[in-house]
Design a protein around this ligand. Structure first.
Ligand code: GCB
Length: 615
């Protein structure tokens, strides 16, 4: 049997354990029933079910409130709302694609589901879990409010008081509001469609009274570049939902490595170090995952975890101590042929399969955390992932509340995926305009991300003035000082000028760090052919890629990869050219039907070359 070491002394090597929120992680491995399926709805643009006629929030027991029963108590009572099988939506799924009248709807829709639940014992705890609801969700069960959550792309759960859950006829109502707001994250202005609704899974979770809420078991950075003789160490912690009883123990098992070790729970959060001799490291070429079991006497949770190290060192990114070149592509969480948000494993297979076909070993999941099936599938396919929060463009950087909202989403993103080997970069935002206030804001997010997880790299997609007319563009955004990976977006030859500008342009950064191009791209309507000077033709996009790729070959020696914009055409209300766009951002290498454009093959050929160089 291999040795598992638990010693506080070993925990000094920069490992931080920070208690997260109350999210129960690895939800698929828990005892749950699905509440997906058909839900009834009321569309409520004036929020009549929430505010009275003086625009005051309705009291919980007011019969007019839409979270309360729609059945008339007696003849003295008037009901002006009701749920009916005539009006239904599928969950998960955004509402916009489900009914023609909702295509452009932004506002409130009330979702209602009745369900029965036979409790298995009198000694459990119950939770309602939502994979994501865009943007604000107010949750009510049997007339009682369980909680409110903001943030459209991360999971949350609320506990159900035991006495509230009935064996039959539970009345679950979710008020979903996707109105954009200046002080929200994202803010009013984005280059993607604001799909509303309960966009990911809903589950009722049954847990023992005392349970394992969350855990981290990851190789620490310090081992990148280690000599082969050193034994890899996984570090982490287990978080219980309770203060442990005296001598309460936690068991960690990795059967394939013959590891089984009991540790004593010292607090609600117990740190651990596991020695993993003979571990086969996870990598894109060998995405080895191990079954890992974490248990207490009352609870047991099973996961599949890959072990690898990742770090930025000098000019390189090292994966398991070896230089990594990222052949990436940026992806939106959208299934374009259905004009809807992605949520299922089949969706993840489509998107990651298309990336694979392009020769990618990396995906940038823009501009918000994608569904958990994406990062899980990336784990098993061996694709490294950049995961981002929607701190996009002009967030209200001066507001402490907005910072808290961004931090909450960062926390939920990291908590959900901190055991995914595929995720190597947490990104705290995209193209935020340089100012002292913004830098402070972003710096706090970087600090928070590091406190939550210092086993991965932290980055952000920076902006750079590529139209300066200079031959050398220097990425010197002050935020570069705080990130591990200096990443920037450039559209040389699309926004301003023609692609041949690439011939005289070179790139560098003022930071002694690896340099990554998080975006570059040009629009083309699939099937539209013209000369290469004609915008929106496939030929123009192909020319753009040809010039860009030639420029990439002159990148400095700290260039570690690129994730061009973007895998597939996607919906954007900002793209209103009536001939070529029609509400679509056309920078995809695939169109909205899955057809490949000419540029696809150019990038694929470049990636094949780079794969040979960095196998
Ligand atoms: C960007 C943004 C991305 C846009 C893209 C574009 O820089 O990061 O969200 O969609 O440019 O197409 O302009």
């Amino acid at each position: 049997m291999r040795k598992l070491i638990l010693t506080a002394a070993l925990l000094t090597a920069g490992f931080c354990a920070v208690a997260q929120n109350n999210l129960i992680t690895n939800i698929k491995a828990r005892k749950t029933i699905s509440l997906n399926g058909t839900w009834q709805y009321i569309v409520d643009p004036y929020e009549t079910g929430f505010y009275d006629y003086r625009y005051k929030e309705l009291r919980e027991d007011q019969p007019d409130a839409y979270w309360n029963t729609d059945v008339q108590k007696d003849r003295s009572e008037k009901k002006e709302h009701g749920y009916t099988d005539k009006l239904t939506l599928q969950v998960p799924g955004d509402w916009n694609h489900q009914k023609p009248e909702f295509v452009y709807y932004e506002g409130t829709i009330w979702y209602k589901k009745s369900f029965d639940y036979a409790k298995s014992s009198g000694n459990s705890k119950y939770f309602l879990y939502f994979g994501a609801v865009n943007y604000r969700a107010d949750i009510y069960l049997n007339g009682k409010k369980l909680g409110m959550h903001k943030g459209g792309f991360t999971p949350f759960n609320f506990e159900i008081p035991e006495s509230l859950l009935k064996p039959t006829g539970n009345f679950l109502v979710v008020k979903v509001d996707n109105k954009r707001g200046a002080d929200e994250v994202p803010t009013l202005n984005t280059d993607w469609w604001n799909y509303g609704g309960i966009t990911r899974d809903v589950k009722l979770v049954e847990m023992p009274q005392t349970f394992i809420q969350d855990y981290v078991i990851q190789l620490r950075k310090a081992h990148a570049g280690m000599a082969g003789s050193k034994t890899p160490l996984a570090e982490g912690w287990v978080k219980l939902n309770h203060q442990p009883a005296a001598n309460e123990s936690i068991t960690i098992e990795i059967p394939e490595l013959k590891i089984k070790k009991q540790i004593t729970a010292t607090d609600q959060l117990t740190k651990l170090v596991v020695s993993l001799p003979k571990v086969q490291l996870w990598s894109p070429s060998q995405p080895k995952l191990y079954k890992v079991l974490v248990s207490t006497t009352a609870d047991k949770v099973e996961d599949k975890i890959g072990f690898r190290t990742i770090e930025a060192q000098g000019k390189q990114v090292l994966l398991n101590g070896k230089p990594l070149f990222m052949r990436g592509i940026s992806i939106h969480g959208e299934i374009p042929q259905d004009v809807r948000r992605a949520y299922s494993e089949a969706d993840a297979r489509q998107l990651l399969g298309q990336a694979r076909d392009l020769g990618c070993n990396m995906v940038r999941l823009a501009h918000y955390p994608h569904d958990e099936t994406m990062t899980r599938l990336a784990d098993s396919l061996g694709i490294v992932v950049w995961s981002e929060i929607p701190v996009y463009w002009t967030i209200n950087f001066g507001s402490a509340e907005v910072l808290e909202k961004a931090k909450a989403q960062l926390n939920e993103m990291i908590t959900r995926d901190h055991n995914r080997a595929s995720v190597i970069i947490w990104s705290v935002g995209n193209e935020t305009p340089v100012s002292a206030v913004r830098t402070n804001f972003m710096k706090s997010l970087i600090t928070a991300a590091r406190e939550m997880d210092n086993t991965r790299m932290i980055s952000a997609a920076l902006e750079v003035n590529y139209n300066s007319g200079k031959n050398l563009n220097i990425v010197d955004d002050p935020l570069g000082e705080f990130v591990d990976l200096v990443a920037f977006n450039e559209y040389l030859g699309w926004y301003g000028g023609l692609p041949d500008k690439c011939r005289t342009t070179n790139w560098a950064t003022s930071y002694n760090k690896p340099l990554f191009i998080s975006e570059m791209g040009a629009g083309a309507k699939e099937g539209f052919h013209a000369d290469s000077l004609t915008r929106f033709s496939e030929e123009y996009q192909a020319w753009f890629y040809r010039e860009q790729i030639a420029m990439l070959k002159r990148m400095p020696d700290n260039y570690v990869g690129i994730s061009p914009w973007v895998l597939a055409d996607f919906r954007s209300p900002k793209r209103n050219n009536p001939v070529y766009q029609e509400g679509w951002n056309r920078k995809g290498l695939y169109d909205d039907k899955g057809n490949k454009k000419q540029a696809f093959y150019l990038l694929k050929a470049y990636y094949a070359e780079m794969e040979k160089k960095y196998p």
